[in-house]
Design a protein around this ligand. Structure first.
Ligand code: SF4
Ligand code: SF4
Ligand code: SF4
Length: 272
């Protein structure tokens, strides 16, 4: 039974976890194993229930257009499902659920001038702290997949946070909402093994094993990412230019001035 069916609200869950025995949390954190999310495009039927589950859990406003017409992420849409065909063989077509890939060494976090983005190396979640974010959008520039989106209403950058507020005790909302188990969340080594086995069977590709230096979202594709029209991330993501700006003194000063201007804009900018 999906946990949403149990009518557990986000608030109740957080309360519930607060009351959970400490031993539960300790076992999860200290067994030395890391977690990852699996996306199996060979199972996805394109129903987009993951998208609505994400909206519900995160209390995000509804789409402006029917769900089936939503093509891209935005400040209030953290995941999308698009149908893509192989450029080599038109008979190969798959629905591809897509969101932040939760890189093991996230470039977005590396360049953030106010360290608003953090990575949890155990659960895998890369999370933007909206209270710290100044909306400079360096993270968007640095991201190999161009994921972070600016929320023009809140004036902060937003993206999928891997449901950091419910994992690993419960699976992410999108995973729990998928009716055909095309999505999963669990120990990374097991997820990776499952993905490799499936990819071997279909002569496909395991996206995230090495792409962008390795990610905590592992996607089973029927063919190479470029053939499915996906962005091809380098195996190692280096953002030297942006990193230099952030860490050098002059760059730091420039970033600070820029951060100040963006902060003022975010507070007193047009329309407010
Ligand atoms: S995919 Fe982009 S936004 Fe997501 S963790 Fe990696 S660098 Fe950051
Ligand atoms: S992991 Fe959570 S925040 Fe990310 S797409 Fe799934 S439901 Fe949305
Ligand atoms: S809920 Fe599952 S089957 Fe439906 S679109 Fe999302 S991943 Fe695909």
């Amino acid at each position: 039974m999906e946990w949403e069916e149990l009518n557990i609200t986000r608030r109740n869950f957080i309360k519930l976890m607060g009351a959970a025995p400490a031993s539960l949390a300790i076992n999860v954190e200290k067994n030395g194993r890391k977690y990852a999310k699996l996306v199996d495009t060979t199972k996805c039927i394109g129903c987009r229930r993951c998208m609505s589950a994400c909206k519900r859990w995160n209390k995000l406003p509804p789409y402006d257009v029917p769900e089936t017409l939503v093509r891209d992420m935005d400040g209030t849409t953290y995941t999308v499902v698009n149908f893509k065909r192989s450029s080599r063989d038109a008979e190969i077509g798959k629905f591809i659920p897509w969101s932040c890939q939760h890189c093991i060494e996230p470039a977005c976090a590396g360049v953030c001038p106010v360290t608003a983005i953090t990575k949890n190396p155990v659960t895998g979640a890369v999370v933007v702290n909206e209270d710290k974010c100044i909306g400079c959008r360096y993270c968007f520039q640095a991201c190999p997949y161009k994921v972070p989106r600016f929320d023009f209403h809140k004036r902060v950058t937003r993206k999928c946070h891997l449901c950091y507020d419910r994992i690993p005790k419960l699976k992410p909302a999108c995973v729990a909402g998928c009716p055909v188990e095309a999505l999963d969340y669990g120990y990374r080594d097991l997820i990776l093994r499952k993905a490799r086995q499936k990819a071997q069977l279909i002569k496909g590709y395991v996206l995230g094993e090495q792409d962008a230096g390795g990610t905590d979202v592992i996607t089973i594709l029927p063919v190479l990412p470029e053939e499915m029209g996906l962005i091809v991330a380098p195996k190692k993501v280096v953002n030297e230019d942006i990193d230099k700006i952030r860490i050098s003194f002059s760059g730091f000063s420039a970033a600070t001035v820029l951060a100040g201007l963006l902060y003022l804009y975010s507070r007193f900018g047009k329309g407010e």
